[in-house]
Design a protein around this ligand. Structure first.
Ligand code: MTE
Length: 307
């Protein structure tokens, strides 16, 4: 796939319609329920949050870069398609159904999800399998806090994440580029790891539609495609779930997909990456630089076989 340098971003693309729609939806929603007065200091679309010691120290990419250069195949396969098309996504009402190997299967509304745990800003590196990277100030909460609410049974070994697939709202779903809905999966210890979060915002604001509104997964030590967007269902399973990218290319996209400069993609090297906005490539770090925190989970595993 071709990478478009950030310098080529057109000025006309810079105010993503999705963000304005998000703000409008929230404002009308709040007014309808008489909640406007309950949100005095917070401007519309802003999320109250605290900073996290788990943030990376790297320079952040700009809001424009993060919201204009996206992968969200439900809105097209071009990097600028999501910013142009994702305004058609309706993010309210929104629910996540959690089912499978748990004692308390239940449905959480987005309003309930926003209250699962205090929101934190987590500045994370995102390394895409295509060879580029960004640094994104997400706002979110630990995924583990959500999973704990449903009391996983001892049979829950894996967790499957399922994105919305609605042809009416998502033009890309009419094309069979992937087996819809987009699904991803993690092992239970990965799910419970403190670095894995559910993101509901970035740069202190409600998540723009093109970044996976209203709620998405972010797993910073894995290639970006593991971080499913616009999630509507989470299933706890005993067996390793199938994933969309693994089905599309079994020898190109494995289940684990940990960032690993030593395991090349069959069609290109993974040893280096281009940080969006930078000219020179940088070396890709094992586990995207989160090795100290996560390497222990893969001790004894052959990461070349289990890529
Ligand atoms: N989730 C869904 N539902 N559909 C997608 O096409 N693309 C993935 C991931 N999550 C994708 C998705 C890929 S390949 C990447 S690199 C990241 O989202 C990109 O996230 P960003 O656009 O917010 O940077």
């Amino acid at each position: 796939m071709l990478i478009r340098p950030s310098t080529e971003i057109l000025p006309s693309e810079i105010t993503p319609e999705g963000i304005w729609l998000n703000r409008r939806q929230i404002m009308t929603g709040a007014a309808a329920f008489g909640l406007a007065a309950a949100l005095p200091a917070q401007a519309a679309g802003e999320l109250a949050h605290r900073s996290s010691p788990l943030s990376a120290k790297d320079d952040k990419n700009s809001f424009e870069q993060i919201t204009q250069y996206n992968n969200f195949y439900e809105f097209g396969t071009g990097k600028d398609d999501p910013a142009k098309a994702a305004h058609s996504l309706k993010t309210r009402p929104w629910n996540i159904v959690i089912e499978g190997e748990c004692e308390k299967p239940q449905t959480f509304s987005i309003e309930e999800l926003l209250k699962i745990a205090p929101l934190e800003e987590r500045i994370y590196r995102l390394r895409c399998v295509e060879g580029w990277s960004m640094v994104i100030p997400w706002v979110g909460f630990p995924l583990s806090e959500l999973i704990k609410r449903v009391n996983p049974t001892s049979k829950a070994k894996y967790v499957e994440f399922i994105s919305l697939a609605d042809k009416e709202q998502m033009p890309g779903v009419n094309r069979s580029v992937l087996d819809w809905p987009y699904t991803e999966g993690l092992r239970m210890d990965e799910v419970m790891h403190p670095l894995a979060i559910m993101a509901v915002g970035l740069y202190g604001k409600v998540l723009p539609n093109q970044n996976g509104a209203p709620i998405r997964l972010v797993v910073p030590w894995k290639y970006g495609f593991k971080s499913a967007k616009s999630i509507v269902k989470i299933r706890l399973t005993e067996k390793q779930p199938q994933t969309s990218w693994n089905k599309a290319g079994p020898n190109e996209y494995g289940f684990y997909s940990n960032v690993n400069p030593e395991v090349d993609h069959p069609r290109w090297s993974q040893a280096t990456e281009r940080r969006i906005g930078e000219f020179f490539k940088r070396k890709t770090l094992m586990f995207n630089g989160y090795g100290d925190q996560v390497a222990g989970m893969y001790k004894g595993m052959d990461l070349k076989k289990l890529f």
